[in-house]
Design a protein around this ligand. Structure first.
Ligand code: ADP
Ligand code: MG
Ligand code: MG
Length: 641
């Protein structure tokens, strides 16, 4: 997350009154920005990762692990360094939703040299070490997607209590004091989303039915002071934004050479989002229970679902303008590039007046409908200082809506007055335990973008099929059990098929169900596989020996996860719990199991404990923090992406 706007948040009533103001000015700002920047050319590849961390406090005597609410204290110190020396810092640190979370990015984005792949992991390691220096005894910084006992009694250190029916969340389980306290944005979003919706958010994840899990599974919830009407039998019920936004993820941003390349990358990466979600699945436990899903996605999607009952289609439309099929946190709804156009098979909701304004400003249909669709959402966080803006220069109202459409991909225009170009953000991945795994994923996706561009590959399938894949991706052990819709012939964009209209499109010809193993590793004579394609691309390049070795280790990890030879993090967590002597086969992840699990995570992360079932033979690559000067200088010839 970029630097957050400071100021005094308006109440929901005030924000609601200004929602048309934000929308109109946001669109004007986008039009002005587009006019200024649409022809911007020649930006080079730059990219960077974002890693989110959970601060955990271990009590080794009681054998209990809790989230530590000290993120702000730590962040203040880390950000002070940046303020003093913005050019020199190796890492940048930002707040995240939880009072127990921080987010770190590299000090500067990486560039277009292959040798940069040899720096990513070391940068992640140093980043982690830098923050770890500020920890107190018993604390550690873990890259786990979900804290398994989030929302259980006394899951925080210091212990703070939920306030059912009161405060920002009204939650039975998640205390407002576990929301990051250093910036009003987080609590304001929480309150406004709940108020806009007209009730608490509701998350119901199917419980994993083990041998001794009661059936039906229905928890005796203490609803005193609050309500739990939305809780469903056989599901783990959660009722706060913190359950989703309090999870961690791994994100990536790339700069494209111009707007069209950004649109192409946005489209081409969209079908890969569910595949990468399944491959990075890491969060099978929520609120102390094993669930039947492996990923955070639906949790976070429901956790910020501000739609009213009318918008959700539960009652007829009366006061609201649209029936809206998805939460503002979800998979993308339309493609942006010409090759994507005929695969936009899901009706797109947007305000026709907004769309017309964009069209009149000479913005093409695909981009206009994308922006108009984002702008069906109301602002859910507005600061009094930001209400009146100069639409020629500011983009805050545009960013207000853009940055609260949390989709699998984000199409990012250049910020005002900066040297930054058109970018896309890849947002589905769950964060992994080790820097090695996170670096492997990041390098894999960046390499894939290069392969897509240089071979002009086409991954596009109908949006409705991507949506189906998103749901499959979250199922338990999806990597080994599911098939996913995937494009059979990746080369068609160079020589497009003759059929162009949607009805002429013969579905069966374009895509087929494939396993993740086939998608990543290929299938003889039928499908090339993403890693073999990357290797073919690399074989034409001059790669130095160290970088080659690092990249190959990363690709191997991805391949073995895809083939099922190595476990996903989610499967490993399930296995750990299953084998724990205190596990009663009732789906309950007790304090003690949680402690032992997170201790094991800590040892695996630090390299103290090998975990061949998760990592194979490697635990980290011998990467270094800086690209050797000799390589950095040799820009023009060797190993340029
Ligand atoms: P968010 O939109 O998620 O708040 P940020 O603006 O904080 O994202 O940036 C996220 C990532 O973008 C970081 O990893 C950073 O290194 C990277 N980044 C910064 N500048 C550029 C650039 N010019 N091109 C591509 N990535 C960049
Ligand atoms: Mg973040
Ligand atoms: Mg981000």
């Amino acid at each position: 997350m970029g630097l957050l706007t400071e100021g005094s948040p308006l109440s929901w009533e005030e924000t609601k009154k200004l929602s048309e103001h934000v929308r109109q000015h946001g669109i004007t700002q986008f039009i002005n920005l587009y006019r200024r920047l649409k022809d911007r050319q020649g930006d080079v590849l730059k990219w960077g990762d974002e890693v989110e961390y959970i601060l955990v406090k271990f009590d080794d005597e009681k054998k209990i692990a809790r989230v530590s609410l000290r993120a702000k204290e730590i962040l203040d110190v880390l950000q002070e360094k940046e303020a003093k020396n913005p050019e020199q810092v190796r890492s940048l640190w930002r707040p995240e939703y939880g009072a127990y979370m921080i987010e770190g990015t590299p000090g500067k984005p990486y560039g277009g040299l292959l040798a940069h792949f040899n720096v990513v992991e070391a940068n992640m390691r140093n980043r982690r070490d830098e923050a770890r220096q500020l920890l107190k005894p018993g604390e550690d910084l873990l890259t786990i997607t979900s804290f398994p006992r989030l929302g259980c009694p006394n899951f925080t250190e210091p212990p703070v209590k939920p306030t059912p029916g009161q405060g920002a969340s009204h939650s039975l389980f998640f205390p407002d004091d576990a929301i990051f306290p250093g910036h009003p944005r987080f609590a304001t979003l929480t309150r406004n989303i709940r108020q806009r919706r007209g009730e608490k958010v509701a998350i119901n994840l199917p419980v994993f039915k083990d041998k001794r899990t009661p059936s039906p599974f229905s928890e005796k919830l203490n609803c005193e002071g609050g309500d739990c009407e939305a809780a469903k039998p056989d599901h783990v019920y959660m009722d706060a934004m913190g359950f989703g936004m309090g999870c961690c993820c791994l994100q990536l941003t790339f700069q494209a050479c111009n707007i069209n390349e950004a649109r192409t990358l946005y489209d081409q990466l969209a079908p890969l989002c569910p595949i990468m979600l399944a491959l990075t699945a890491s969060s099978p436990v929520h609120r102390g229970y094993l669930t039947d899903v492996d990923c955070r996605w639906n949790v976070i999607s429901c956790s910020v679902d501000c739609r009213t009952t009318e918008e959700r289609g539960e009652v007829p439309l009366q006061h609201c303008r649209f029936h809206i099929p998805k939460s503002r946190y979800d998979s993308i709804d339309s493609y942006l590039s010409p090759s994507g156009e005929k695969f936009n098979d899901v009706p797109l909701v947007y305000d026709n007046e907004v769309y017309q304004r964009l069209r009149e400003a000479d913005i093409d249909h695909l981009l206009a409908q994308h922006i108009a669709h984002l702008f069906i959402r109301d602002s859910v966080s507005l600061f009094s200082e930001k209400v009146h803006q100069n639409d020629e220069e500011d983009t805050d109202h545009f960013e207000n809506i853009q940055s609260t459409n949390w989709q699998t991909m984000r199409f990012k225009p250049p910020p005002p007055n900066s040297l930054i170009g058109w970018r896309v953000e890849f947002r589905p991945c769950e964060v992994q335990i080790t820097d090695f795994e996170n670096a492997a994923l990041v390098c894999f996706v960046v390499l894939l973008t290069r392969v897509i561009l240089s071979y002009q590959l086409n991954f596009i399938i109908p949006i409705s099929k991507v949506d189906e894949n998103m749901q499959k991706a979250q199922k338990r052990d999806a990597v080994r059990q599911e098939t996913f819709w995937f494009r059979k012939d990746l080369t068609t964009s160079v020589s497009p098929p003759v059929a162009t209209s949607r009805c002429q499109l013969n579905d069966g010809d374009v895509y087929a169900p494939m396993t993740i193993d086939q998608i990543i590793n290929g299938k003889d004579g039928e499908f090339p596989g993403l890693v073999p394609l990357i290797n073919s691309y690399l074989s034409s390049m001059d790669v130095d020996a160290d970088t080659h070795c690092t990249i190959q280790q990363y690709l191997k990890l991805i391949q073995k996860r895809a083939s099922g030879d190595l476990l996903t993090t989610a499967s490993w967590i399930r296995q750990f719990i299953h084998n724990h002597p205190e596990y009663k086969f009732d789906s309950v992840v007790s304090d003690h199991i949680n402690y032992d699990l997170l201790k094991a995570v800590q040892r695996i992360q630090s390299g103290e404990q090998p975990c061949p079932e998760l990592l194979g033979c490697c635990i980290q690559s011998k990467t270094q923090e800086k690209v050797p000067a000799a390589l950095e200088k040799a820009e023009s010839c060797n190993g340029e992406l």
